[in-house]
Design a protein around this ligand. Structure first.
Ligand SMILES: [Zn+2]
Length: 149
C-alpha cells in the first residue's frame, strides 16, 4: 500500500470514489480481508468538489461486482464505484445497501452462538425511518449500524 495525493489512472480495476473521510481505512480493511494480496492505492483527505474532503481507494486488477461493493455499504453508502478497463470507465454505480451481510461483521452480542465464530456471521439489513439496523440471524437481536462502524 502506498499513499498518494494524486488520483492516478489505472489500467484495469476499480476506483472507489467519494468515500467519507475516516471511512477509507475501514474499506481498505474489508478489501484486504477479501484479498490480502490486492494491489491497493489509498488517497485520504483529498479535496472534493462540493463536499469538502473525501477518501479514494483504487484496486488494481479486481473489477468489483455490485455484491463486492455492497459489503462496503455501512461505511460509505454514497460512494461511487468506477470499473476501469483499458484506462476507461466502463461501468459506474453507487454502492447501495445489500439485503444482508455474511461473514463480515462480528455479532455485538457476546452471548451469541456465532461466537467464537464456528459459523460465518449473518445479518439481515433492516431499514426503518431512514435508519439502518442489522438483525443477527443467530441471536435474532437487532443492532444499530453505528455499532459496526
Ligand atoms: Zn448474534
Amino acid at each position: 500500500m502506498r499513499e498518494t495525493m494524486a488520483v492516478e489512472a489505472i489500467k484495469k480495476g476499480t476506483v472507489i470514489d467519494h468515500i467519507p473521510t475516516a471511512q477509507g481505512l475501514n474499506i481498505l480493511a474489508l478489501i484486504q480481508k477479501r484479498d490480502a494480496n490486492a494491489q491497493v492505492t489509498v488517497g485520504l483527505n483529498l479535496p472534493s468538489k462540493g463536499s469538502g474532503r473525501k477518501d479514494i481507494i483504487k484496486v488494481e486488477g479486481w473489477l468489483f461486482s455490485e455484491e463486492d461493493a455492497g459489503e462496503m455499504a455501512l461505511y460509505a453508502p454514497l460512494a461511487t464505484i468506477n470499473i476501469i478497463d483499458n484506462y476507461k470507465v466502463v461501468k459506474k454505480f453507487k454502492i447501495g445497501l445489500p439485503d444482508s451481510f455474511v461473514g463480515i461483521f462480528a455479532c455485538p452480542n457476546s452471548n451469541c452462538i456465532s461466537h467464537p465464530e464456528p459459523v460465518p456471521s449473518r445479518f439481515k439489513v433492516v431499514k426503518k425511518e431512514q435508519k439502518v439496523r442489522l438483525r443477527c440471524h443467530y441471536c435474532e437481536r437487532t443492532f444499530s449500524d453505528s455499532l459496526f462502524k
